[in-house]
Design a protein around this ligand. Structure first.
Ligand code: PLP
Length: 444
C-alpha cells in the first residue's frame, strides 16, 4: 500500500494558505488523497513521499513529449537569455506562427496568449465582432476553460429523458445567471438539434464552439458527417465555427483534429501540447476574421509571446512536425488499448475505447457512448473504483472517468508492460472489493 504521509501532512499546512491546499480545484482529490509532486521525467512522476507513477494525466495533456524533455528544456533555457517579456514583439513570434500555419491550414493568422482559457475567450470575442451577434452554441459535456460564457454544465446524472432535455446549470457559484440567455447547448452528433437551434436563434448566434474529440468528456468523438453538417450550418447561418483544439491540437495529428476528422475551422484555439508544458496558447483562423484583431478587437496581455514559452513552443513544434513522435505515441496507444482490452475481456468486462489512441476514453459499457447523455449509462462507478486502485499501484489516471488517458512520446515499452501488469492487478482487486451488481451495465 502506498504511503501518502508527506503529502497528507503538507496538505494540512498548505490548506491554511491556499484554498483546498492547491492552485486549481481539480488538483484537490480529498484531504488524505491529494498528491504533491516532487518531480516529473518522461512519462513518470514522483510525489513527495517518493511514490513513483506512470502518468496518463500528463497535466491534462501538455507533456506531449514527456516531462523535462531535454530538447525542449534546452530551448527554453536559451529563451531565458532573451529576457522574458518587453511589451514589444520578438522575431520568433513570426517563426512559430508560420509553422503553425503550415501545420494547420485554417490558422491563416495567429495570435499568442498564455492559457487555453484566454485563447477561447479571444476566439468568442473575435467571432462576436465578425458577425455582430453576441450568442454562441456549446456542446453538452464540453469544457472550454474557466470563464463565464462557457462555465456551465449539463446535468445528466439525475436527468430523466421523459422530462425533456437535461438542465444546464452554472458550473460554479459566481457565474452570473444573466449570461445564460447568451448561449444554447446541443448534444454531440445530432445535427438536427443543431439545425433547430440555428433556425430559431441564428439572428443572435455568432459562434459554434466545439471540441470534436471531447478531451474533458471521455474523448467522445464527433462523426465526420456531423462535422460536415455543422460546417454547412455555420456557413448557412453566418456563424463562426470555433474548433477548440486546446487538447487535440498537435496531438491527434500534426494538423490536429481538423486534419484527423477533415473539418476546417473559421477560428481555432491551441494550448497544451503546443509548448510541452510551458504556458502558451494560440487563437488563430481565417484571415478576414482574424483581421478584426487590431481593427476593433483588442487582444493582448503582459505575458503574451514570452521568450521562454515561445522558444519551448518553437522546439516542441519542430519535433512534432519533423519527427515521427506523434506516430509513435499513437502506436503506444494502440498497444495499450490492445493490452487493456485483453485483460478486461479475460474477466468478461464489457468495455470500449473512444477518442484517439493518444487521448483515449475507457468506458465500461456494451456500446461506446456517442454523446454526454449516453455517458451516464456506462458503468462509471466501476471506472472510479478501478482508478483508485491504479493510483495505489502507481498508475496515475484521472479519478473521474470523464477525463481521457493522455499519452506522450516518452511512454515506452517498460511503461507499457508495467501498466498492463498493474492494470491486471487493479482489475482483480476492484472486482473483489466492489459488489458484483455494481458491475452490471446500467441501462437507460
Ligand atoms: C478544450 C479545452 N479548452 C480550453 C481549456 C482551458 O485551458 P486552460 O486550462 O489552459 O485555461 C481546456 C482545459 O483543459 C480544454 O481542455
Amino acid at each position: 500500500m502506498r504511503s501518502l504521509q508527506k503529502s497528507n501532512s503538507h496538505f494540512q499546512k498548505a490548506v491554511k494558505k491556499l484554498p483546498l491546499g492547491v492552485s486549481s480545484n481539480f488538483r484537490y482529490w480529498g484531504d488524505d488523497k491529494t498528491i504533491y509532486v516532487k518531480r516529473g521525467k518522461g512519462g513518470r512522476i514522483w510525489d513527495i513521499d517518493d511514490n513513483e507513477y506512470i502518468d496518463y494525466r500528463l497535466a491534462y495533456g501538455p507533456a506531449i513529449l514527456g516531462y523535462a524533455d531535454q530538447r525542449v528544456d534546452d530551448a527554453a533555457r536559451a529563451g531565458m537569455d532573451v529576457g522574458g517579456v518587453f511589451a514589444l514583439g520578438t522575431e520568433l513570434e513570426y517563426e512559430v506562427a508560420s509553422r503553425i500555419s503550415r501545420m494547420v491550414p485554417a490558422a491563416e493568422l495567429v495570435r499568442f496568449s498564455n492559457s487555453g482559457t484566454e485563447a477561447v475567450m479571444a476566439a468568442l470575442r473575435i467571432a462576436r465582432a465578425h458577425t455582430g451577434k453576441d450568442g454562441h452554441i456549446i456542446v453538452e459535456g464540453g469544457y472550454h476553460g474557466v470563464f463565464t460564457e462557457v462555465l456551465w454544465y449539463t446535468e445528466v446524472e439525475d436527468w430523466d429523458p421523459k422530462n425533456g432535455p437535461p438542465e444546464v446549470l452554472p458550473y460554479c457559484e459566481g457565474t452570473p445567471k444573466i449570461v445564460k440567455p447568451l448561449f444554447h447547448t446541443v448534444p454531440l452528433n445530432d445535427a438536427n438539434v443543431a439545425e433547430d437551434v440555428l433556425k430559431k436563434h441564428h439572428g443572435d448566434i455568432g459562434a459554434f464552439l466545439i471540441e470534436p474529440i471531447m478531451g474533458n468528456c471521455c474523448g467522445l468523438t464527433a462523426t465526420k458527417s456531423y462535422l460536415e453538417d455543422v460546417r454547412l450550418l455555420c456557413d448557412k447561418y453566418d456563424v463562426v465555427l470555433i474548433v477548440d483544439e486546446v487538447k487535440t491540437g498537435f496531438r491527434v495529428a500534426k494538423g490536429g483534429v481538423q486534419e484527423l476528422l477533415g473539418v476546417r475551422a473559421d477560428i481555432c484555439t491551441f494550448a497544451k501540447a503546443l509548448g510541452n508544458g510551458y504556458p502558451i496558447s494560440v487563437v488563430a483562423g481565417r484571415e478576414d476574421i482574424m483581421r478584426h484583431v487590431g481593427n476593433g478587437v483588442v487582444h493582448g496581455g503582459t505575458f503574451t509571446g514570452h521568450s521562454v514559452s515561445l522558444a519551448a513552443a518553437n522546439k516542441t513544434l519542430e519535433i512534432l512536425d519533423e519527427t515521427d513522435a506523434l506516430a509513435s505515441i499513437e502506436r503506444y496507444g494502440l498497444q495499450l488499448q490492445e493490452g487493456l482490452g485483453r485483460i478486461l475481456n479475460g474477466h468478461g468486462i464489457p468495455h470500449n475505447f473512444v477518442g484517439h489512441p493518444s487521448m483515449m476514453g475507457l468506458f465500461f459499457s456494451d456500446e461506446a457512448p456517442v454523446d454526454y447523455r449516453a455517458w451516464v449509462n456506462t458503468n462509471y462507478e466501476f471506472y472510479d473504483a478501478l482508478a483508485a486502485e491504479l493510483h495505489e499501484l502507481g498508475i496515475l489516471v484521472e479519478p473521474d472517468s470523464r477525463e481521457p488517458w493522455f499519452l506522450c512520446e516518452a511512454h515506452d515499452v517498460e511503461c507499457l508492460n508495467e501498466t498492463l501488469d498493474k492494470f491486471e492487478q487493479a482489475v482483480k482487486i476492484t472486482l473483489k472489493k466492489t459488489p458484483a451488481d455494481r458491475h452490471a451495465i446500467k441501462t437507460a
